[in-house]
Each structure stands twice: as structure tokens, then as C-alpha cells.
Ligand binder design. Structure first.
Ligand SMILES: *[C@@H]1O[C@H](CO)[C@@H](O)[C@H](O)[C@H]1NC(C)=O
Ligand SMILES: *[C@@H]1O[C@H](CO)[C@@H](O)[C@H](O)[C@H]1NC(C)=O
Length: 370
């Protein structure tokens, strides 16, 4: 199921679903205050839309009347970042809103944006707009003892030939599997297509507890429990591909380091185990696919840039909140980039290795993907 691009109508409907949830979860006055604070920003955005539309029609006029070859750039894009120079104004506005939200909207309000009661009706609306009364791909919620998530499968009557174990991003403070559901359904569709080559792909999206409701190690324990569930389901860890973006990437790397450390204990004390992990021999998954993973949680290399959504201070705040006050934010199981033990990484490496995707901005100073 591949739905079309998000439209202005979708944005409006999203706000309609969002407003009551904000009032329920945050309260009427804090929501109003946050809205009022955003007013100058929203006015500026509206002005950009107006100027863009106005200038676009002007451009057409110029073209017809003057057949001018060298028109002034209506967006004055030559001074903008490379992304903005290439983006449509819809994309430009969306990115501006996201950047504003990350900088000025508190996480307790931000998390409502991506929560199930907003994301799920929004997805249903988008499906309906594309002619789907119900999801053409099967999915259901899984509520295990120690983990929760969404199970998506091409054909539920058969065993999957690949399982993607996905952890979403959001700085451990925001995000939900439901916000990612459209992306995951599209991913499943592509895996099942002739180009994907799988006959019965499945995805398990982990719904881990967000900060501040819980901090480390709760999220890692849930990730481990979810992985153990998939091991029992597939009976073969090579069929599992772990994946995640941003903080989800952190969680995946921590999970891999954890699996390597229990395999190590197994090797050194025969069958003696300190944890209750099932005896599966090589627990490593087939592969790991990471999208802009947040590898080192607290690093002096994190810098404020004009193109990142988050500034360094906010990023570090998310990191400290995840580590909580009992653990160090530089513990390798919390911040995998702080694991400098090469043999530990060798043991943690999935059977087919890693595939990492990240973006970078071309400029004279080096930038760091976070
Ligand atoms: C963790 O990694 C950061 C960034 O590389 C580094 O500055 C810091 O010293 C590391 N901490 C430890 C305890 O290794
Ligand atoms: C980064 O930007 C924030 C504001 O967004 C500011 O408070 C902070 O001091 C800046 N940090 C650095 C290291 O420049």
C-alpha cells in the first residue's frame, strides 16, 4: 500500500485530530499558550506561502510576457541551505515547522503529535482518501508480558521468510509505531514486490515506553523481550533484520551489544548464564539497517547547525533524560558509540553486517550526522 504525498488537506485533518488530544493530554490553557507563542512563527510561515504563490504566478507572467531567460529566484534561494534550494515550498514549510517544534515545543506536548490517538485516525483518513476502507495489509497489536508492538505480515497463514524488527526514533521522548505505520506498510509492500523478492515478509514495530514515563534500562529490556519473541517465532535469527532510525538506531545498537555480551558469557562459563536468555546459540540477527542512528548520545562533536532540527543542548537533554540519574550517559549499552572495544563490536555485528543511511550537508566545515 503506497499512498500519495501528504497534502494540505491531510495537514488540516491532522490538526483536527490533534487539537482534542492536546486538550485531553496537555490541558486547554497550556495548549493555548503554546499556540500563542507559535503565532509569530505561523504568521511568518503564512507570509512565505503567500509570497511563494504570488511570486510563482509572477514568474509565469514574466515567462509569457517577457520570455525572460534569467529570472530572479522567487524564494531568494541562493542564500538558503542546499535542501531549501531544491525543496518545494510545501516541503520548505513542513521542515520549518518541524524545526520550530523541536526547538520550542516541550516534549510533553510534542509527543501528543506522534501518539496513537492522533496517528492512527490520520492514517485511516489517508487510506480512505486513497480508496481503502480498511488496510489491505494485515496488522495487529501485540501485547506481550514485557513488550508491546505492532505485527504486520503479508500472509498471516504462513510463516514469514523475513522479519524486520523496527524501533522508531524521537529522542526516546516522542514517537510511536503508529506514527510510522504508513512507512512500515509501504516497506512491507516493497519487500513483497518482485523487486523485494520475499514471499512472506513481516515487520514487528516495537512500542517501547517513552521518557519520562521510564528511562534506561526499561527500553532496552523491552527491545530484548521483543527480540526474544521474534526468535521463538522464526526459530532462526538469520531471518531477523533489525532496524531503526535515530533513537531507534541507538536501541538497535544497544540490543546488538547486549546480545554479544550474553553470547560472550555463554562462551566463557559454559552453559552458566546470568540472565534467562533462551539457548539459541548464535543470537545475532541476519542484518541491521539503520537510518541516521543516534550512535553517541552525548558528544562534543554535536554542534548547532542551521540545517539540523535539534540544537546540541536539546539533544544532550534528551540523552540525559534517557540515561536517568542512575546510569552514565557514556555507558556503552546506553550510548553504543562509546563502546571502543573492537572485539565486542565484532561479536555484536549481524551475520550480513550493517547498512547505514544518513544525510549530510555539503559545506566548508565538516558536519556530523546525529
Ligand atoms: C564517549 O564518546 C564521546 C564522543 O566520542 C567522548 O567525548 C567521550 O569521552 C566518551 N566517553 C567515554 C567514557 O569514553
Ligand atoms: C545552540 O543553540 C541554542 C539555542 O537554540 C543555544 O541556547 C545554545 O547556547 C547553542 N549552543 C552552542 C554550543 O552554540
Amino acid at each position: 500500500m503506497l499512498l500519495g504525498q501528504v497534502s494540505w488537506l491531510d495537514c488540516f485533518v491532522f490538526l483536527v485530530f490533534l487539537a482534542p488530544q492536546l486538550i485531553i493530554h496537555v490541558g486547554f490553557f497550556p495548549t493555548l499558550l503554546c499556540g500563542l507563542r507559535a503565532l509569530p512563527f505561523l504568521c511568518k510561515s503564512c507570509r512565505i506561502v503567500y509570497v511563494s504563490i504570488h511570486d510563482e504566478s509572477l514568474i509565469k507572467l514574466h515567462f509569457i510576457v517577457l520570455s525572460a531567460a534569467h529570472l530572479a529566484d522567487p524564494f531568494q534561494r541562493q542564500n538558503q541551505t542546499p535542501f531549501v534550494q531544491k525543496a518545494s515550498w510545501f516541503e520548505d514549510i513542513v521542515i520549518r515547522c518541524v524545526r520550530y517544534a523541536f526547538a520550542y515545543i516541550p516534549a510533553n506536548i510534542g509527543r501528543v503529535f506522534f501518539s496513537k490517538p492522533v496517528s492512527l485516525p490520520f492514517l485511516r483518513f489517508r487510506m480512505l482518501r486513497h480508496g481503502y476502507f480498511r488496510s489491505p495489509i494485515h496488522w495487529h497489536e501485540v501485547n506481550g508480558d514485557k513488550f508491546k508492538g505492532i505485527w504486520i505480515i503479508n500472509d498471516k497463514s504462513r510463516k514469514p521468510d523475513i522479519v524486520i524488527y523496527y524501533a522508531h526514533g524521537g529522542g526516546f521522548s516522542m514517537g510511536s509505531s503508529y506514527f510510522y505505520l504508513e512507512f512500515l506498510l509501504a516497506l512491507l509492500k516493497l519487500l513483497a514486490s518482485p523487486a523485494g523478492g520475499y514471499s512472506n515478509p513481516a515487520i514487528f514495530a516495537l512500542e517501547y515506553t517513552l521518557v519520562p514515563d521510564a528511562s534506561y534500562p526499561v527500553q532496552l529490556q523491552q527491545a530484548i523481550a521483543g527480540y526474544r519473541h521474534l526468535l521463538s517465532l522464526t526459530g532462526d535469527s538469520s531471518k531477523i533484520c533489525v532496524g531503526g532510525d535515530s533513537a531507534g538506531g541507538t536501541l538497535v545498537l544497544s540490543l546488538l551489544l547486549h546480545l554479544a555480551s550474553i553470547s560472550e558469557k555463554e562462551k566463557s562459563n559454559g552453559q552458566a548464564r546470568i540472565s534467562s536468555e533462551p539457548a539459541h546459540g548464535d543470537l545475532r540477527p541476519g542484518m541491521a539497517v539503520l537510518i541516521s542512528p543516534w550512535v553517541t548520545l552525548h558528544s562534543p562533536k554535536s554542534k548547532n547547525t542551521s540545517s539540523d532540527y535539534l540544537d546540541a543542548d536539546n539533544l544532550h537533554l534528551y540523552a540525559l533524560q534517557y540515561a536517568g540519574n542512575k546510569f552514565s550517559v557514556q555507558d556503552p549499552l546506553i550510548s553504543p558509540g562509546n563502546c571502543t572495544d573492537v572485539s565486542w563490536w565484532q561479536d555484536a555485528c549481524p551475520k550480513q553486517g550493517f547498512f547505514v543511511m544518513y544525510g549530510a550537508k555539503r559545506c566548508s566545515h565538516p558536519t556530523y550526522a546525529i
